[in-house]
Design a protein around this ligand. Structure first.
Ligand code: FMN
Length: 205
């Protein structure tokens, strides 16, 4: 049974553009993969643990003899990594915050980029044969060639870190100008209707 790991990031829940676009893509995927299952990971839920001393101690310093707190941290990181291994496709729907990825998404990255689990000591990625699609919503416009495109530190970082852990078949769709929705120039449903077919085309392999 094929599996899609669907990762949502925005804390704006039902007001979130990235979540609505992600939902349209997930629905399209389910239509094509009728026996498929979706693994949901909502990063706006409980906060990701930070990489602090307890985390480093458990994961890298004494992984064979962690403290009870360290064992819990390791288990949580393992759950997130297992979700990646379980899925053939991954869909990340995220806003751009301050020209980069939101802290919640960076927190997830910090949990899943792990020596001997997702990359080797020789820096070889271990998550092979997967497809990644990502939707990045932003108030401004960062399309290649646009005025602000040089300020997009979100898509390049995401692409690079996912390649580092082995996921190289990546498509990223920049859904810009969402401020038009807040400013009442376009409705949410018109925005989603405008972008959903382009997204489906952009993600087709
Ligand atoms: C804290 C914060 C930082 C933001 N930083 C940027 C930014 O750097 N560039 C940009 O174009 N939009 C920025 N935005 C706007 C969001 O990217 C935009 O509203 C996007 O649609 C949010 O996604 P969502 O609707 O899924 O929550 C920011 C919004 C917030 C709340």
């Amino acid at each position: 049974m094929p599996a899609l790991l669907k990762i949502d990031v925005s804390p704006r829940r039902e007001r979130s553009v990235s979540r609505q676009l992600g939902q349209a893509i997930a629905a399209d995927w389910l239509m094509r993969e009728s026996s498929g299952r979706i693994i949901e990971r909502d990063l706006a839920g409980p906060r990701m643990p930070l990489v602090d001393w307890e985390w480093i101690d458990a994961i890298y310093v004494q992984p064979d003899n962690p403290t009870p707190e360290g064992r819990a941290l390791m288990r949580f990181s393992d759950v997130l990594i297992d979700e990646l291994f379980a899925a053939e496709e991954i869909l990340i729907s995220t806003p751009m915050y301050n020209f980069g990825m939101p802290a919640a998404l960076k927190g997830w990255v910090d949990q899943v980029a792990r020596l001997n689990r997702t990359f080797t000591a020789e820096y070889k990625g271990l998550l092979l044969g997967k497809k990644l699609n990502a939707i990045i919503t932003s108030g401004g416009n960062y399309e290649p060639g646009s005025y602000y495109s040089k300020m997009d530190f979100c898509s390049g970082h995401l692409r690079a870190i996912m390649a580092f852990i082995g996921i190289t078949d990546t498509r990223i769709y920049m859904a810009g100008d969402t401020h038009d929705i807040t400013q009442g120039k376009i409705t949410m449903s018109d925005y989603v209707s405008k972008h959903a077919p382009k997204l489906i085309e952009a993600f087709a392999r």
